[in-house]
Ligand binder design. Sequence first.
Ligand SMILES: Nc1ncnc2c1ncn2[C@@H]1O[C@H](COP(=O)(O)OP(=O)(O)OP(=O)(O)O)[C@@H](O)[C@H]1O
Ligand SMILES: [Mg+2]
Length: 324
Amino acid sequence: MVTNNKNEDEVKYAIECKNLTKKFGNFTAVNSSDLKIKKGELFGFLGPNGAGKTTTIKILTTLLSPTFGEAKVAGFDIKTGAASVRARIGVVPQEFALFGELTPMENLWYIGELFGMKKDGLKKRSEELLKKVELFDKKDIAAEGFSGGMKQRLSVAAGLLHTPEILFMDEPTTGLDPQSRIALRELTKSLNDSGITVVYTTHDMDEADKLCQRIAIMDAGKIKAEGTPKELKEKYGGGQKIELRLSRYDARLLEELKKISGAKSVLNKNGIIELKIDAPKTGILHKLSRFLAEKGIEVDEIRLIESSLEDVFINLTKKEVKNT
Ligand SMILES: Nc1ncnc2c1ncn2[C@@H]1O[C@H](COP(=O)(O)OP(=O)(O)OP(=O)(O)O)[C@@H](O)[C@H]1O
Ligand SMILES: [Mg+2]
């Protein structure tokens, strides 16, 4: 049977990039990015300062044109279909410029007018969105006294004004206090649950791990790896660690533990025995506990430590770090 892959792809993907590259003079800020983001996904760009996250977002939201390569957003080419792309996306920029002297309602009104939204629909939509971002009770107060979290939530409301299919959020939680960060993550999650594809940038590895369904790890303009947090940790995290504190042990016992667990190394760190395991193994703690019990050795502590996205990032960028 002949299938039309192009049509299937258009239905399936919110964003497709091929060899996307941005140069500023001789400097390459985004280097040959190939990426597909599925419709309905909460997708994260994770990378340190200067990785190229904002530049990527600016290209995909048609604010910058790429030096080479192609991208489709919501099924439209960013170069030939820029207006159609803009009609289907919302942006929460890294630096949101709200008008401090205006109230949330007035800010949304102003942005809505820029989009050419009709007046009656705009009031209803603004009220609905201010309820969603929990600013309805502040709707008629000038925004200049708002906290960082409140300003950021107003920025989200502005990004949602014309009911986008895809929402780009560029480091929305950077600089916020822990409670505001949690509130913004929950808001992001609920927007995604309601069907909006979310493209989210952050340099907070833990945040990306908790929030995003799939992640692209960016460093120095390059996408180093892409996958679900679980896949990335399994592939690049360097495995798991087991930490043990025992009533007694000797070199022979350590060798036996190594053999039983299939560890690639055993270290004694001031009485805590660390076994490094290549890949996740089910039932490993139980197996070790049973073995030690049979030997009459008491286990004071036994812990399985999964690898983190930080381990993934360090492993993926090790070469570069060493060379600098
Ligand atoms: N207009 C520009 N002209 C020259 N260089 C630029 C320009 N915009 C960005 N760059 C450079 O491109 C690189 C990537 O910048 P970008 O803003 O995309 O990084 P980022 O991942 O968003 O970082 P951050 O976490 O700090 O926001 C940086 O080295 C930056 O200095
Ligand atoms: Mg940025």
